[in-house]
Design a protein around this ligand. Structure first.
Ligand code: SF4
Length: 402
């Protein structure tokens, strides 16, 4: 294995990517309907919201995917990044009841759980030698405040100083601030001082308050989601951002969502990764959801890559879309795939059946089979290690019928 370092701003990206892209785009013939978009991409000009809608409705999905793939290739070549992480969901007890959520429980339900700090540390201990990141999100517990999480995070850091802690979505930050009667900045800076390394992007859903009122009434507003991430970035805490699609939103809503995120990314450059994932219908309470086909998942990933010029990484979230579509997504503009994961509840309770508990070689094989170079990254995309995959001992032999 060999490694290299990058800065948080470059995040492993070739700094000459616009020049690389311009050269690559000029070698192909594009549908006339895409000419103005291709010409903007060639000069590093930001695509407009109308361009985004056009990409969503362009009849040739493969051509949109090719464009996205060229942007991905110009930035990162054949590299595809993954992390070695474990998901620990600290509690499913939640004071809210978002319509799409299959995970939350009220405190009185028989299968409600809350990990004590000791139980959380025991969970971490099981995977400590295997991972370099713990990803923790959970319900809005009615009794836990910022002090509780300061103790949890500092205890975890004390025991496992080399494991990065990526924890607490924007709505959890809002809840902790309310519980402790302090503002977002104080909440975030106390958690940072306790050892929080970065924020996950969960909870963005669709940044349109009319839709949020229907699908996740009571959750943070669009502006609050953006403000909490803005405050985190201003304190030097990097974060990811997400989009839940296939509920009741329109294509225009998806593109506006992307536009809001890229504008915030312009301010501090600390959105590391965008994670688009479709609504999973099982066991949840949103019968009016439109759902998303596999083609639509690929197209949404491709359009994200083309629209989000100020967010370096686009993730194929295999926990949600499964390994097969995630591999395909790597050819539609995604450069990052999450992750070894080890254990996960939120997506699996909603119907996901993706494999858990991969090691780094299984992840590397997944990436290599899709045609790319597997690169293990750290949480903040500043340390990279190329992972070599051994050739199979018994190569597959497929008979050809003449
Ligand atoms: S999505 Fe989060 S905030 Fe909403 S009900 Fe589920 S756990 Fe609670």
């Amino acid at each position: 294995m060999s490694g290299w370092l990058s800065t948080p701003k470059n995040a492993g990206c070739d700094i000459n990517w616009v020049e690389n892209l311009s050269a690559a785009l000029s070698k192909k013939h594009w549908d006339p309907n895409l000419h103005s978009i291709v010409s903007k991409l060639s000069t590093g000009t930001r695509l407009s919201v109308d361009d985004g809608v056009r990409l969503f409705t362009h009849p040739n999905l493969h051509e949109v995917g090719q464009l996205a793939n060229m942007v991905k290739y110009a930035r990162f070549g054949s590299n595809v990044f993954f992390n070695s992480n474990v998901h620990i969901n600290q509690t499913n007890v939640c004071v809210l009841a978002c319509k799409f959520c299959a995970f939350r429980r009220s405190k009185k339900q028989a299968d409600a759980y809350e990990l004590s700090i000791d139980s959380y540390l025991e969970e971490m201990e099981k995977y400590a030698r295997l991972v370099d990141e713990v990803h923790s999100v959970g319900g809005l517990h009615p009794d836990w405040d910022v002090e509780y999480y300061e103790n949890l995070i500092s205890s975890a850091k004390q025991k496992h100083p080399d494991i990065a802690i990526k924890a607490l979505t924007a709505v959890e930050i809002k809840h902790l601030a309310q519980q402790s009667n302090i503002d977002y900045t104080e909440t975030l800076s106390r958690l940072k001082n306790a050892g929080l390394d970065s924020l996950p992007g969960g909870g963005a859903e669709i940044l349109n308050d009319d839709i949020r009122q229907i699908i996740c009434n009571g959750k943070e507003s669009s502006d609050e989601y953006l403000e909490i991430h803005r405050q985190a970035h201003s304190l030097g805490i990097p974060s990811n951002c997400t989009m839940l699609f296939g509920t009741i939103e329109s294509i225009h809503d998806r593109v506006i969502h992307m536009d809001k995120l890229r504008q915030l990314a312009d301010e501090y450059g600390l959105f590391q990764c965008f994670v688009p994932y479709p609504f999973l219908p099982d066991s949840t309470r949103l019968p009016e959801a439109q759902l998303a086909t596999s083609n639509e998942v690929l197209r949404t990933i491709a359009v994200s890559r083309l629209m989000l010029d100020s967010i370096p990484h686009i993730k194929a979230y295999r926990m949600n879309i499964g390994d097969e579509i995630a591999e395909l997504a790597l050819n539609y503009g995604a450069d990052d795939i999450d992750g070894t994961v080890r254990q996960e509840s939120i997506m699996h309770l909603a119907g996901a059946d993706s494999s858990l508990n991969y090691d780094i070689y299984q992840m590397a094989k997944l990436v290599k089979d899709a045609g790319f170079i597997p690169i293990k990254r750290n949480t903040t995309y500043t340390k990279f290690t190329t992972v070599t995959v051994e050739p199979p001992k018994r190569p597959r032999r497929l008979n050809v019928i003449a």
